[in-house]
Write a protein of this length. Sequence first.
Length: 176
Amino acid sequence: MPRIDALPAPATQVPLDLEALARGFASATGAPALPGADEPRLIVFISLSMPEATLARLVDQAARARAQLLLRGLSEGSLPRTAARIQQLIGTRPVAVQIDPRAFDRYAIQRVPSFVLTRGGKPNTACSGDQCTRSDEHVMATGDVSLDYALAHFQRSAPTFAKDADRFLTRLGRRE
């Protein structure tokens, strides 16, 4: 039987308080407002291995637009390292970050960053393989572009999503 108390201690001087990190998301500056079931949802699929400038831009824009950032998995297979890296990226900004490998399957995400805008009132469906959502329930773009660029692209290329894209563009301070 392994002795958990005999495991080596982390090399960090300051222990990472995951509970405090979670509370930080709902701080007095405003919780990252995740959309209700009847609201459109904007998801930005990222990886912590992306260039720092790209991550910083997307975190800033996601906070302002109230978009959700999604990671496929843990950085270096470590929850504490992942949490520390996320905290370093977001600082005090109210942005929702989630680890959800099934969402990558649900929307058939192959490259990051990818941007997905879903219709309001559409629940997340379970997946067992490749793309699991109907293509008329979401619109997607992929590439190293800004969030406002992706939203403007949605407005131009998918008129049925224009109103939803405009909602997020307004939060960013830009309207098409």
